[in-house]
Write a protein that binds this ligand. Structure first.
Ligand SMILES: [Fe+2]
Length: 252
């Protein structure tokens, strides 16, 4: 079985308890729950804090394998520090033996289905910009933004340039897609294609390198369903593209 859900932002307690997700009673480690980015379980500065370790170990103890693509709310310095392993045909960061980060541009075969994974997205909640602690005016800028209640992020503390894919990651995706005949059963991403984003929000969201890359995927890859998060809503944007948030749905 494969289940999919949207952004969690480290809020795991209610969505995944047995009351809200009773299907897990029938699951084994050969069944999968996929989070479409903004996992948030690897966020704190330093290494696994007591709280983070608790939840990562908790997922390891669940009767399923947890998979996630990255969103824009992950600590990329830490996420990319976990060991890289080959798993079901693609590369993962192994957080725990059964808690795995599906790396960008990989094609996995699980439960007899091919899954193309591509995490990352541009942050929208940064009206006040990205502050650098190295900036001599850092304290003043932070103080002014706090006073006005304007959203901002701090480089390498709450924002990472790697939220957007690099050229190499896109090249890796092109190669892997081509090796799979540009076909996948499911596409799992955090944001969506530029044209899909326009359908969702009109001019509210700006295209970027990742949405443009995903536009290529949308027009060149044959897929059955595409699940993505990021926009914090549950909507069938088209017959194949599904924006998912708190719902947990079975796809296989
Ligand atoms: Fe999010």
């Amino acid at each position: 079985m494969i289940y999919v859900t949207g952004d969690t932002h480290a809020e795991f307690r209610y969505r995944f308890n047995t009351e809200n997700f009773p299907e897990q009673r029938q699951m084994t480690k050969d069944d999968f729950l996929i989070i479409c980015g903004d996992f948030g379980g690897i966020w704190d500065i330093g290494w696994e804090s007591k709280n983070e370790k608790y939840w990562l170990d908790w997922f390891e103890s669940r009767p399923y394998t947890l998979l996630f693509v990255d969103g824009n709310h992950e600590n990329f310095d830490r996420l990319y520090g976990y060991p890289v392993k080959e798993w079901h045909g693609g590369l993962v960061h192994e957080i725990r033996p059964h808690v795995l980060h599906l790396m960008r541009g990989q094609v996995f075969e699980i439960d007899g289905k091919k899954i193309f994974a591509f995490g990352g997205a541009r942050s929208h909640d940064i009206d006040g910009g990205i502050l650098s602690p190295e900036d001599p005016d850092f304290k003043k800028k932070k103080h002014d933004l706090d006073k006005e209640h304007i959203c901002y992020r701090i480089d390498h503390l709450s924002w990472w340039e790697r939220e957007l894919a690099t050229e190499e990651e896109m090249e890796e995706a092109y190669r892997n897609l081509q090796a799979n005949g540009n076909e996948a059963d499911f596409v799992i991403t955090h944001c969506c294609a530029t044209s899909t984003q326009t359908l969702l929000g009109g001019s509210l969201f700006q295209p970027d390198a990742v949405t443009d890359f995903l536009e290529y995927v949308k027009t060149h890859v044959t897929y059955k369903k595409w699940f993505f998060g990021h926009y914090h809503d549950n909507r069938n944007v088209s017959d194949k593209e599904i924006l998912i948030y708190e719902q947990i749905i079975r796809i296989s």
